[in-house]
Ligand binder design. Structure first.
Ligand code: HEC
Length: 157
């Protein structure tokens, strides 16, 4: 006869098995190192890698690393012609061939107050991850090219 309030050995065993099996489901997610591997070193907070995998997470505010020089704006203009003008129009007025047939009406005039009211970081996030029906360019354009585009869009003002 058990005293009330005590638990049997079987219950203890069952609970300990349950707890140890919970742990197992995380094994695939853990950081793993091969033998002789050094631990992975994370980049400094706020840095934007220009080579390799991009680690920008879209929430940490970062400064535009590309000064808005004539060269940068010119690069942005060329990139715009190839990647954006079919929707946004050659001058960014929202009248590209693809943009024109969008219903409900699509690309906004990039010269307008709404877009010009956005700062560099907000524009970069939209170009990186996309915005509504606009695709993101995270995997299509290098981060530096997206910043050149930001400089071009701001120059339309
Ligand atoms: C497939 C068509 C398409 C392409 C390509 C495209 N956009 Fe857009 N863009 C849109 C649409 C549509 C919107 C408005 C959002 C909506 O209606 O869903 C938009 C919105 C924007 C905005 C305004 C965001 C806001 O907060 O109001 C900016 C800035 C912009 N695009 C810049 C660009 C740039 C720069 C490129 C090229 C790198 C580009 N877009 C490529 C369709 C496009």
């Amino acid at each position: 006869m058990k005293a009330p309030g005590t638990i049997s050995l079987r219950t203890v065993l069952f609970l300990s098995m349950l707890i140890s099996s919970w742990g197992c489901s995380d094994m695939t997610d853990q950081a793993s190192f091969r033998s002789q591997d050094t631990p992975h070193v994370l980049p400094p907070a706020g840095s934007v890698p220009v080579t390799g995998m991009e680690l920008f997470d879209g929430t940490t505010r970062i400064e535009n690393p590309e000064p808005a020089t004539a060269t940068s704006i010119q690069k942005g203009r060329e990139l715009f012609g190839v990647n954006c003008s079919m929707c946004h129009g050659p001058e960014g007025r929202g009248d590209g061939k693809v943009g024109e047939v969008m219903a409900p009406p699509g690309p906004p005039n990039l010269h307008g107050d709404t877009v010009q009211g956005l700062d560099d970081f907000d524009l970069f996030v939209r170009l990186t991850y996309g915005y509504g029906r606009m695709p993101g360019f995270r995997t299509r354009l290098a981060a530096s090219d997206r910043w050149h585009l930001v400089n071009y869009v701001k120059d339309l003002r």
